[in-house]
Design a protein around this ligand. Structure first.
Ligand code: NAP
Length: 548
């Protein structure tokens, strides 16, 4: 069973024990006391006492780590003082003394001298220790810059050592593919292993440690208390990714894009899996911009023999790349994706042996947007619809509305782009039509609905304060204003629409619908759409200010 370990940077005894108590209450199995900020190696007996007291009073089994500066820690004192402390802790047998369950020591330091090895070996599996409380050695290696070029050699050296019970590798993951190597190391290792990717690309290895049977994975007690870049919190591990229910058979899903750190998709899909009793986990899957990155990474995820990668949502900047990849790879591509050149969903069907038998690529953005409009307006046939913007989202919504029989006018500040869109879609417009106008013509529109498909109003974007709706609205009196932007929920466009007495539909509805269709395609279960909606609205709701 993979353990969940909370690292605690020790500043003083009371704070460290309080945090360890909180970690236990919150569901951790183990704590790591990082004592390198308080142990100076100056010979101060109080520092040794602090370490002994932590071991004796920890409410959970503990790892003691005095991380060297060379491997990203705070200890830069004499090496032999650190080694002597470890020896003292491991052999602790005085009244009230308890040795730590684990000591973490770096491979590079361990192999540096025979003398060091002897002392560290003395500290572990010491005969004076009670059998089931013996200290074990975690032999570790870290690289904060990237994958060490000599990783294989280092691992060989580590595996030649008899004393370590656990081998730990942590390096800065440069791409998702580094995680696959780390997880393979866990599978191939003949002894318990910790293999973690650091940084924004490393989360996969941290969460899927449970799927691949790693010895442990780390999770911070609080967001600001991570001891390595990219470390998730304990609450995320337990409540969002539900790591306790992950097994070797758990299917893996995620959201591909860049950036994806703030995506709402993990929130809704993981909650949906839990609700449906579906054995899956859904993760952010950052893939750097560019077709080649998507091709290489998605290919490896799909082909990995033990990952059970079963599908993903795809967002900016890969929606168009996905269609190209599907064409090149001979994957099944739905008609909407073919016509618009953009897709947002991958579904991997696996055979009884777990091999990828069929990959399907589809577009759920379009039916989601049309669904929002139909819910508000009924059938769209014969209605005039104005769409602001001529990017990928506008293209999809224009096609979907025209197919439903609506007459669409696309208004864009770069008129040529709107014209190109209309030209491309006209042969595919079904019973409806698509035409183009410059943005300045919008105020004269007599449309029944206006759709904002630009980033106007998007929080933290360059147009955060802008409204896609002209100051005095449209020429028509009865208008539904639908904003595809959903963060914030109440955008400047929707605020203006309300002030003008127009009906409104916010972007959460579209987001939730496209996610629900993905969910149903992957799981075969009906999506808890009301719960998706509630979760997204709760996450996006403006936080009450601290005031006072
Ligand atoms: P895109 O391809 O970059 O296209 C953006 C379009 O907006 C372009 O036509 C651009 O005009 C126009 N534009 C940009 N800034 C503008 C401004 N300040 N004023 C007027 N027009 C402006 O983007 P996209 O992929 O189509 O996405 C558009 C929006 O859809 C995103 O911002 C996102 O919030 C939203 N979205 C929502 C969902 C959902 O589930 N609710 C899903 C996906 C996307 P030019 O051609 O002149 O540059």
């Amino acid at each position: 069973m993979t353990l969940l370990c909370v690292p605690i940077t020790v500043h003083d005894f009371a704070q460290a024990i309080d945090d360890a108590t909180l970690a236990k209450r919150a569901g951790a199995d183990l704590v790591e006391f990082r004592i390198d900020e308080v142990f100076s190696g100056s010979g101060d007996a109080l520092e040794e006492r602090l370490a002994l007291d932590l071991c004796a009073n920890s409410p959970l089994p503990c790892i003691i780590t005095c991380r060297s500066a060379a491997e990203g820690g705070g200890y830069d004192g004499p090496e032999m003082d650190r080694v002597s402390l470890y020896e003292r802790l491991g052999t602790a047998s005085g009244a009230g003394e308890v040795p730590p369950r684990y000591l973490d020591f770096e491979l590079a330091s361990y192999v540096a001298s025979e003398n060091i090895r002897q002392k560290i070996n003395l500290a572990v599996d010491h005969p004076a220790q009670l059998r089931d409380l013996r200290t074990s050695l975690i032999l570790s290696m870290h690289d904060f810059k990237g994958r060490p070029t000599d990783l294989t050699r280092r691992l060989l050296v580590a595996r030649e050592q008899e004393a370590p019970r656990v081998i730990k590798v942590a390096y800065l993951a440069r791409s998702l593919r580094d995680n696959l190597e780390l997880l393979d190391l866990v599978t191939e290792s003949d002894r318990p292993m910790i293999a973690l990717g650091m940084g924004e690309f490393g989360l996969l290895s941290r969460v899927l440690a449970f799927k691949f049977g790693a010895f442990l994975t780390f999770a911070a007690l609080r967001p600001a208390q991570t001891t390595a870049p990219g470390q998730p919190t304990l609450a995320e591990m337990l409540d969002l990714y539900r790591v306790r229910s992950i097994t070797a058979r758990t299917r893996v899903f995620g959201v591909v894009g860049m950036p994806v750190g703030h995506s709402m998709s993990p929130l809704v899909h993981n909650a949906g899996f839990a609700r449906a009793g579906f054995d899956g986990v859904y993760l952010p899957l950052p893939i750097a911009e560019g077709f080649e990155s998507l091709k290489a990474t998605l290919g490896e995820l799909i082909d990995h023999p033990r990952l059970d990668f079963s599908g993903c949502s795809v967002t900016i900047p890969h929606k168009e790349n996905l269609v190209r990849l599907a064409r090149e790879s001979g994957w099944a591509l739905d008609e909407l994706s073919q016509t618009t050149g953009a897709a947002n969903t991958v579904t991997v069907e696996r055979d009884a042996q777990g091999r990828a038998a069929r990959v399907r690529v589809s577009n759920t953005d379009i039916p989601a947007a049309v669904g929002v409009l139909e819910e508000c307006l009924g059938a769209l046939a014969g209605l005039e619809i104005a769409i602001v913007g001529a990017g990928g989202v506008a293209r999809g919504i224009a096609l979907g509305c025209a197919r439903a029989g609506a007459h669409v006018t696309v208004y864009n500040r770069t008129r040529e782009r709107a014209e190109a869109l209309a030209r491309d879609l006209t042969p595919h417009a079904g019973a409806g039509s698509v035409r183009a106008e410059g943005l300045e013509m919008l105020k004269a529109s007599r449309a029944r609905a206006l759709v904002n498909a630009t980033p106007a109003g998007m929080a933290s974007g360059p147009a955060a304060q802008e409204s896609a709706l002209p100051e005095h609205g449209l020429a028509s009196k009865e208008v539904l204003v639908f904003d595809t932007v959903y963060n914030p929920i109440r955008t400047p466009t929707l605020a203006r629409a309300e002030a003008l007495g127009y009906a409104t539909a916010d972007g959460v509805g579209m987001f939730v619908r496209q996610a629900a269709m993905q969910f149903e395609g992957w799981t075969g279960a009906s999506a808890p759409i009301a719960e998706f909606d509630r979760l997204v609205r709760a996450r996006l709701a403006p936080k009450a200010s601290g005031g006072g």
